[in-house]
Ligand binder design. Sequence first.
Ligand code: GCU
Length: 431
Amino acid sequence: MNKVQSKLPAIMLCFIFVFITRSSFAQQTETNYDESKVPTYTLPSLLISQKGLEITSAKEWEHTRRKEILHLFEEQVYGKMPNKKIPIRFEITGTSAKALNGKATRKEITAHFGTNVNGPKMYILLYIPNERTKPAPAFVGFNFYGNHTIWNDPEISLARSWVSNNSNFNINENKATEASRGVRTSRWPLDKIIERGYALANVYYGDLDPDFDDGFQNGIHPLFYQKGQTKPAANEWGAIGAWAWGMGRVLDYLEQDKDINAKQVAVMGHSRIGKAALWAGATDTRFAVVISNNSGCGGAALSMRRYGETVGVINKAFPHWFCDHFNQYSNHENILPVDQHMLIALMAPRPVYIASAEEDRWADPKGEFLAGVYASPVYKLYNLKALEGYDMPGIHQPIMNTIGYHIRAGKHDVTTYDWERYMDFTGKFFR
Ligand code: GCU
């Protein structure tokens, strides 16, 4: 045997190894945008209980199946929010009735979490229409770069928390400055919201948990650790859970504000914050309407379709968003005990609206629509018309049943078209 011959088995092993790792790597990284390559999947049943009983009434749904499903999402997907109560104090730090040329009242409210003066705080920016005869219905929405980015109003306080750098928005060194005032106005048509009689409560999501993987040392998580605990357990909340929790605390404040009708509050979120808005709506039934804008994987889109972003990809890119248990479904969506139609069903009988964008294939528009369709049997238990029997509508053809849906032209974003539909939809239910 010459030298090369003796090394042949090792060389071949090397080749096989490279081939296997490369093809499984390709499998994991190649994004599927081909409908014919969506695997056959069987969604976990919405209306069969864990004991195998068929759920046939709204009462059985509420008493048995809803609880089971909520528990599964807590344990396997988003992680449980803590039961522990911490002291929270709301302080109104500024009020002006002259905002938007006198059309609105602007309030700024600080929520102090815990008793440490240097502890985490959430800053609520609230605009309320002045022209009204009764307390105003409201939208709760979180923003990505600070309250000062949503409208060109020099009176809005700059974000104090860590913010993502973004050269388009002149944000460097993870710090908000005057230079990023109003850069996100296109996503928040505040004048139109006020004109239609709604209040808007806005918060920078990083106040609850800055959006990077730091092992949950900053933000609100540490406030809830048990003695000796340094990070959330595998079934405890990640960042999405913290943002959703914050949305509930905004509602706590709104319940105390006599200018707001807290029974008519819609929670709305885009993308990762859309995932949080859905989770807030599922865990806090005081939200009267829930709106998901392009929320995609881990939001409204069905995971088992593996179209666009997948569970494996999202868990790898954003390890801090979900609970650790969710990792076991990375590239194993078929064994998920829940899929996102069940999350939508948790809103029932409350109205929920799902919006997609045509070019946002990463978020799987069809998977978002189908989650609404497959959630519909629960609405039927309440005799409510949802999306059962509907085909995916064309561009700009909104459906406004108790589950609503639209797909608009354009990319991953929030536009005035989206907001107009949210106000049409919400207006149907808030009278
Ligand atoms: C990424 C991520 C999505 C998320 C989006 C966003 O694209 O993969 O899951 O929805 O960011 O929040 O804008």
